[in-house]
Write a protein that binds this ligand. Structure first.
Ligand SMILES: Cc1cc2nc3c(=O)[nH]c(=O)nc-3n(C[C@H](O)[C@H](O)[C@H](O)COP(=O)(O)OP(=O)(O)OC[C@H]3O[C@@H](n4cnc5c(N)ncnc54)[C@H](O)[C@@H]3O)c2cc1C
Length: 380
């Protein structure tokens, strides 16, 4: 197993780091967090780096990159402004990845070139008020009518649903729990589609929304994957999970690394100023944080290596998502402890890391659901 990065991957990391330093100074990020607005300008500037095409296959005008490139990118961005990685997920994951993996040839030809230029964004509409962890229990219905389909129902917690151009909407098209789900590519300008943003603790600016579908009329060619996508939505969703868990793991690594670095810098400064006081407990806390961070990194990137080798690493990606989210939570909490009262002040970033990290243990399958998957794969 070779966990080293290629020259291109190192260059990508540097490009993203430079972008972060140039466009997202810390003071600016704190003010941005307070405004809770979707980062349209930053998304535009990111696309100007020609990185929106990073994970689109070469035959569709992309760079042909994969999960490791996405992890590097999301990790570096999450170190400074975690919500920007989710905003970019509206292009890189919910657009590029879904259409590449599950789209029909026509859909790839139609959407990928525009996604590559950052001209359009997608959201991912699966969760409903009564179908979160048990997502296959969705009730939003699509009914055939006049040669097309009519969608009625509600979605909940959909990232970017109020600002994206299309939303991949999972609907019930037959009674079978897993084999009766169809995903449609819904144009968000269609009559009957409406959104209501939801305020939340962290990830300010992600435009997380409740979505209402009131007789939204779509065409047969809007079924994700075309005709053969009918009643295959659940299988299409399963194909995206390993990648999603790994990318979310890299967001955890980014936030945890930022929390560790800030705590280390704060403690070093404080120890310098207060010579003679007992600092060993702080030093030990920092040593634990560094060790946990390294364990997260090793687990996530070795799982990614298996994904790149197409080894279907369901066990490893679930372990990674679970371990990274829970460990990053502990690291951020320890960061607050190391900084004392300063860790809770809005003038420092530590409180934001803590608010943001909580959500990563929920979105993309909660830690409990990852443990359910693990125990099943382990044969329990
Ligand atoms: C900020 C944010 C953004 C999101 N963005 C999107 C998005 O873009 N698109 C989308 O479709 N969804 C999105 N989600 C939804 C997310 O995937 C769900 O919140 C998640 O799947 C959990 O569902 P729930 O919140 O309904 O919790 P519930 O499923 O109601 O779970 C509540 C608690 O019960 C536990 N639990 C539930 N079932 C079990 C079980 N079988 N075994 C053990 N424990 C269980 C859970 O782990 C959790 O602790 C987002 C969520 C958040 C918070």
């Amino acid at each position: 197993m070779d966990l080293s990065f290629t020259e291109q991957q190192n260059a990508l990391r540097k490009t993203v780091r430079d972008f972060v330093e140039r466009e997202m100074p810390r003071e600016w990020v704190r003010a941005f967090d307070g405004r809770d607005e979707f980062p349209h300008d930053l998304v535009r500037k990111f696309c100007d780096l020609d990185l929106a095409r990073i994970n689109i296959p070469k035959e569709y005008g992309g760079k042909g990159g994969g999960v490791l490139d996405l992890m590097i990118l999301f990790e570096e961005i999450s170190k400074r402004l975690a919500v920007l990685s989710w905003a970019l997920g509206n292009i890189l994951l919910y657009g590029n990845e879904i259409i590449t993996v599950n789209g029909s040839d026509e859909q790839r030809a139609k959407y990928l070139p525009r996604l590559a230029k950052g001209e359009i964004m997608f959201s991912f509409g699966l969760t409903e008020p009564n179908a979160g962890s048990d997502a296959a229990s969705i009730r939003t219905k699509a009914v055939p009518e006049d040669g097309g389909w009519v969608i009625n129902g509600n979605k909940m917690f959909i990232t970017g649903a109020g600002v994206t151009d299309y939303t991949v909407t999972f609907t019930r098209t037959s009674e079978s729990k897993y084999n009766g789900i169809t995903a449609f590519i819904v144009d968000t300008k269609l009559p009957g589609y409406s959104t209501r943003p939801i305020e939340k603790l962290g990830y300010h600016g992600s435009n997380t929304c409740e979505v209402n579908y009131d007789n939204v009329r779509v065409r047969p060619e809007d079924i994700l994957g075309g005709e053969k996508g009918l009643n295959n939505g659940w299988k299409q969703e399963m194909k995206l999970l390993n990648q999603e868990r790994l990318v979310l793991s890299s967001c955890c690594i980014g936030i945890a690394e930022a929390a560790f670095r800030d705590a280390l810098a704060f403690a070093a400064e404080k120890i310098k100023r207060s010579a003679g006081t007992d600092t060993q407990s702080i030093q030990h806390t920092l040593a634990e944080m560094a060790t946990d961070l390294e364990a997260m990194r090793q687990l996530a990137y070795s799982a990614a290596w298996k994904e790149v080798q197409r080894m279907q690493p369901v066990l490893e990606t679930s372990m990674s998502k679970y371990f990274c989210a829970e460990t990053a939570k502990k690291i951020c909490l320890r960061g607050i402890n190391v900084m004392g009262e300063a860790g809770s002040l809005m003038a420092h970033d530590m409180q934001r890391y803590f608010r943001d990290i909580l959500i990563l243990a929920i979105g993309g399958g909660t830690s409990q659901i990852q443990k359910n998957i693990l125990s099943k794969v382990l044969g329990m």
